[in-house]
Design a protein around this ligand. Structure first.
Ligand code: DC
Length: 227
């Protein structure tokens, strides 16, 4: 059996509240928060800016060798992780609904997943990480000591995303967000490599009818028992 890593993984579909929950769990445990979605968003923007053909994995691989991707820590539990691509701050640009779809599209490419998975593993080498994403419990950190999978009804997830975008002052339409959420779920669940899935040894938390604080306390209860 693999030796367990001192890592908490929090996976699940779009809009389920993973980021807020992960940041709160990181604050409570003193672990570092690793937002793997922000990395896919940064790579998506970089590939889009370079107008590379997404069918040409060789060209993408070459281009990725010229990318310096840096994460900027979130400034609080309600703030997003920032991203620098080749020293350009793209923290706001990567958070639009259009970039969510671009990130989902590029995340299906083997060359992109290999590049980011190894970067994510190096962040986790020394443990003490809360990793959030779609495949952190299944593929990136299969030996993580604590794994959670959050889920919620799509309509509730769309409502949450709508409120988040509104709070950021962005234009939003709840029906459009629901359609995009369903499309992104399908993309993320049905891709061949590292699809969105619950790890066999992950605890499932249905967050449809419970608030963020309750989700965090359920996670901390399990983690505190095991630490
Ligand atoms: O969590 P997010 O909405 O920021 O993620 C954006 C997209 O990135 C998501 O639709 C799929 C992809 N992603 C992924 O494939 N694997 C991860 N571990 C994290 C995100």
């Amino acid at each position: 059996m693999l030796e367990k890593q001192n890592i908490i993984t929090i996976d699940g579909p779009a809009g389920v509240g993973k980021s807020t929950v992960s940041r709160m769990v990181a604050a409570a445990t003193g672990f570092t928060y690793l937002d793997t979605g922000a990395m896919y968003r940064g790579v998506g923007l970089f590939l889009q800016d370079n107008a590379v053909d997404l069918q040409d994995q060789q060209a993408i691989g070459k281009l990725l060798q010229t990318l310096d991707l840096q994460l900027l820590p979130a400034s609080g539990v309600s703030a997003d992780v920032g991203v620098l691509i080749n020293n350009r701050d793209v923290s706001l640009e990567i958070r639009t609904p259009a970039m969510s779809m671009v990130a989902s599209d590029v995340s299906a490419l083997a060359v992109v997943r290999d590049y980011l998975t190894s970067m994510q593993r190096s962040y986790g080498e020394r443990g003490g990480v809360v990793a959030e994403g779609r495949d952190t419990g299944t593929v990136v950190f299969p030996a993580a000591a604590f794994k959670f999978f959050l889920d919620a009804e799509p309509e509730e997830r769309a409502r949450r995303r709508y409120s988040q975008l509104k709070a950021k002052g962005m234009d939003a339409d709840v029906e459009e967000i629901l359609a995009m959420t369903l499309l992104r779920d399908k993309n993320d669940r049905e891709r061949d490599i590292a699809p969105l899935a619950q790890a066999e040894d992950a605890s499932l938390i249905d967050t449809t009818d419970i608030n963020i604080e309750k989700v965090v306390s359920l996670i901390l209860q399990k983690v505190n028992k095991g630490l």
